[in-house]
Design a protein. Structure first.
Length: 272
């Protein structure tokens, strides 16, 4: 593929392992990131964080700045959300994975966040990507809603060209003619990204399916195909969630899923 330089394997044949406060993404051990779509209250985020940690998650997700299709939908608690994530981290030790939308907030994110998520809608926000190239924080780069694999990898290249080589690719489903599911999970993109780059590749089954009951099977399929990790939406009260309740699984199911995933991981030479 033309244009791949720092993300490609020619000058970097060995797989990149990203260190997040001592926890690894891209190693033999599968990385499990779990938590609600959005941070809602202190009680919500800390109790979900405690549960998912106990059940096997290594990282906590939770949106504070939310890119919503409608300007009238819940936009996230913003800076207050970051404060609540920090409290959940203090209680559990789980590193924070949360979405950055604006270059103006990079300094705050560098200070408060462990993995900066770049959402599908910002995958080709090149000015934002260039600014991220100047940090050393791990970046979780989601695939754009209608981005080709090449475009997705070139976005990683934009971050890496600036000097930040800590990029994790995340397949989260793409827009196809199908409307039954929210998006179409492209598992072949995991294989392609791992063939073309040395970067860790994880899968988000929640945004791919948009349906909670598909999340467990898609998670297993992702690990079977060789993904290095998963980012899964977990909510203790999905019916009342302010965002993405339909695709969120409850902690109990998450616990069972981690146990099942361990068997799939072992079958493909990985650990959880
Ligand atoms: C999210 O992770 O909550 C999110 C908005 O994801 P995406 O950018 O993949 O739609
Ligand atoms: Mn979501």
């Amino acid at each position: 593929m033309k244009g791949i330089n720092k993300a490609g394997k020619i000058f970097h044949p060995e797989p990149t392992i990203i260190d997040v406060n001592g926890k690894k993404i891209g190693s033999k051990e599968i990385a499990i990131i779990a938590g609600p779509c959005s941070v809602e209250t202190e009680e919500q985020i800390t109790s979900i964080a405690e549960e998912v940690k106990h059940l096997g998650a290594g990282f906590l997700r939770g949106g504070a700045f939310k890119p919503r299709t409608s300007p009238y939908a819940f936009q996230g608690l913003k800076y207050e959300g970051l404060e609540l994530l920090k409290r959940a981290k203090e209680k559990t030790g789980l590193p924070i994975v949360t979405e950055l939308m604006s270059p103006y907030d990079i300094e705050v994110f560098e200070r408060d966040v462990d993995v900066i998520q770049i959402g599908a809608r910002n995958m080709q926000n090149f000015d934002l990507l260039k600014e991220l190239g100047k940090t050393t924080k791990p970046i979780l780069l989601k695939r754009g809603l209608s981005a080709t694999i090449e475009e997705w990898i070139m976005s990683a290249e934009h971050i890496m060209a600036g000097g930040n080589e800590n990029v994790i690719l995340c397949e989260r489903g793409i827009r196809t003619f199908e409307t039954y599911t929210r998006n179409t999970l492209d598992l072949s993109a995991v294989l392609a990204a791992k063939e073309l780059t040395h970067l860790p590749v994880i899968v988000d089954p929640s945004h791919a399916a948009g349906k909670w009951w598909m999340v467990e099977s898609l998670s297993k399929a992702a690990i079977a195909v060789g993904a290095d990790g998963l980012i899964i939406e977990v909510h203790n009260n999905p019916e009342e969630a302010l965002c993405d309740g339909d695709q969120s699984i409850k902690p109990k199911r998450f616990g069972q899923l981690v146990d099942d995933l361990r068997k799939v991981a072992n079958a493909v030479g990985r650990d959880i």
